[in-house]
Design a protein around this ligand. Structure first.
Ligand code: OSB
Ligand code: MG
Length: 322
């Protein structure tokens, strides 16, 4: 087999959110990443996106850029297949760009249009953190969203539960609410939240405890009615595998842009019966489309996709010819 070579171009970008996102990690106002472009010898061109999430343990943008530099503007398919696991975001960017040259793989051209995506797929909208979420959902509801995600564990628990109550009471019957604690709660606070949620129909509570606390999350999952989803605990393929081996039966929130090799992710998801929710990480339209295509091809349930991040940008692209 011939090892095809591609011309490689890497362009870092910075893109501000419409409004900053507050999580327990702090305030996030600008997305930084890089767009990679592969050009084949016959002039065909495909792009991929490196969208790191260092606080989830991925490589940093600086590390990814240094990694890319060593190729000196030229990379082969074999080199792409050998990108080490410590560069999961690079694995995603390069493998997805390369897959784009083989049209049948993860390809669904209209997905490149984020405006269309909202209408075509069942997507959970990400609400602003804190009391702003109250009433804010109405605008998203009018746009067609019926599933909402709200961050918790950011400020005083009693305040958050009062806001949660208001939000929950406001949401129409045809809506679902999922909560994301971003690994910020203690065991005691988690139990308090789960007791508080017991009489409510909440889709799931995402990552209540730090990723070190696997056993404690297992116990929470067994003891309380609200399903528990792992996110920070399964930020890469090795961690997904470890949690699976340890018997995790709850939900797996999978972020294709940071989890690592799309090919090995595909193999894992096809070989194991796991309850998944695929999620975006504020990629630009290039990474977003690639992650959504992968999510569409791998999904095994009809849960809303965690791809509501597109609403957090000012200029939603309408053009399809990226
Ligand atoms: O999952 C979603 O629905 C939205 C995406 C999201 O919440 C998110 C986006 C970027 C980084 C981390 C997270 C998270 O799930 O914690
Ligand atoms: Mg999360």
């Amino acid at each position: 087999m011939t090892d095809r070579a591609y011309q490689l171009q890497v362009e870092p970008y910075q893109r501000p959110f419409r409004r900053p996102l507050t999580t327990r990690y702090g305030t996030w106002a600008v997305r930084e990443g890089a767009i990679i472009t592969l050009r084949s010898t016959n002039g065909a061109m495909r792009q991929g996106e490196i969208a790191p999430l260092e606080w989830f343990g991925s490589e940093s943008l600086a590390t990814a850029l240094t990694f890319c530099q060593q190729f000196n503007g030229r990379i082969t398919a074999a080199q792409i297949a050998q990108i080490p696991d410590r560069y999961p975001c690079c694995q995603f960017a390069f493998e997805m760009a390369l897959a784009g040259f083989t049209p049948e793989r993860y390809s669904d051209a209209p997905n490149r249009d984020r405006g269309l995506a909202t209408q075509r797929y069942h997507i959970a909208a990400l609400l602003p953190t804190g009391p702003t979420a109250i009433n804010h959902w109405r605008e998203l509801y009018a746009q067609g969203y019926r599933s909402f995600k709200w961050k918790i564990g950011v400020t005083d628990m009693i305040d958050e539960q009062i806001w949660c109550q208001r939000l929950y009471q406001q949401l129409p019957q045809d809506c679902q609410l999922r909560l994301d604690a971003n690994a910020s709660l203690s065991v005691r606070d988690s139990e308090q939240w789960l007791t508080y949620l017991a009489d409510k129909s909440i889709e799931y509570l995402e990552q209540p405890l730090h990723s070190d606390c696997f056993d404690a999350m297992q116990i929470l999952a067994e003891k309380y009615a609200t399903p528990i989803a792992l996110d920070e605990s399964i930020a890469n393929l090795q961690q997904i595998n470890t949690c699976y081996e340890r018997g995790w039966q709850g939900l797996y929130v999978i972020k294709p842009a940071i989890v690592g090799s799309p090919q090995r992710l595909t193999e894992f998801v096809q070989q194991h019966q796991i309850d998944t929710v695929f999620s975006s990480v504020f990629e630009t339209e290039i990474g977003y489309a690639a992650a959504l295509n992968l999510a569409q091809s791998l999904r095994t349930n009809d849960r809303a996709l965690g791809f509501g991040t597109n609403e957090w940008w000012d200029n939603q692209r309408v053009s399809k010819d990226l």
